[in-house]
Ligand binder design. Structure first.
Ligand code: THU
Length: 132
């Protein structure tokens, strides 16, 4: 699967976005090492702080289905510029998937590839808990 194809899966997942409050649709597509794709969208809750981002929906779907090894995650919105994962999602992606590649897309389908370590330098990681 190419990154362009993964980006297309994120764009398709965006169609399911439940975002009645922000009207900001986000889709994500997470690629496992075995080649399987797990998609997600943002899901908004009337008590706003309970909202779930597209990236974390995809991550938790994959982990809950037993997947443990990943290579890339694509993120799609309706914007005509690249939108990158929020801080909370950066932590979750690094924690559960490590330093994978993040594929940012715009609504024209262009892609920009950036490593998670460039999005979240000097992260707190699960390994930090092993030394206390
Ligand atoms: N959102 C995501 O799904 N992913 C991000 O990385 C940034 C923000 C969602 C959350 C909320 O539903 C909407 O975008 C506006 O913040």
């Amino acid at each position: 699967m190419t990154y362009k194809q993964l980006a297309k899966r994120a764009q398709a997942a965006r169609q399911h976005s439940f975002s009645p409050y922000s009207r900001f649709r986000v889709g994500a597509a997470l690629l496992s090492k075995s080649g399987k794709v797990y998609t997600g969208c943002n899901v908004e809750i009337s008590s706003f702080g309970l909202t779930m981002c597209a990236e974390r929906t995809a991550m938790f779907k994959a982990i809950s289905e037993g997947e443990r090894h990943f290579t890339a995650i694509a993120v799609a919105t309706d914007e005509d510029r690249f939108i990158s994962p929020c801080g909370a999602c950066r932590q979750v992606i690094i924690d559960l998937a490590g330093n994978i590649e993040c594929i940012l897309t715009d609504n024209s389908g262009a892609v920009k590839v950036i490593k998670m370590s460039d999005l979240l330098p000097y992260p707190f990681t699960p390994e930090d808990l092993q030394h206390h």
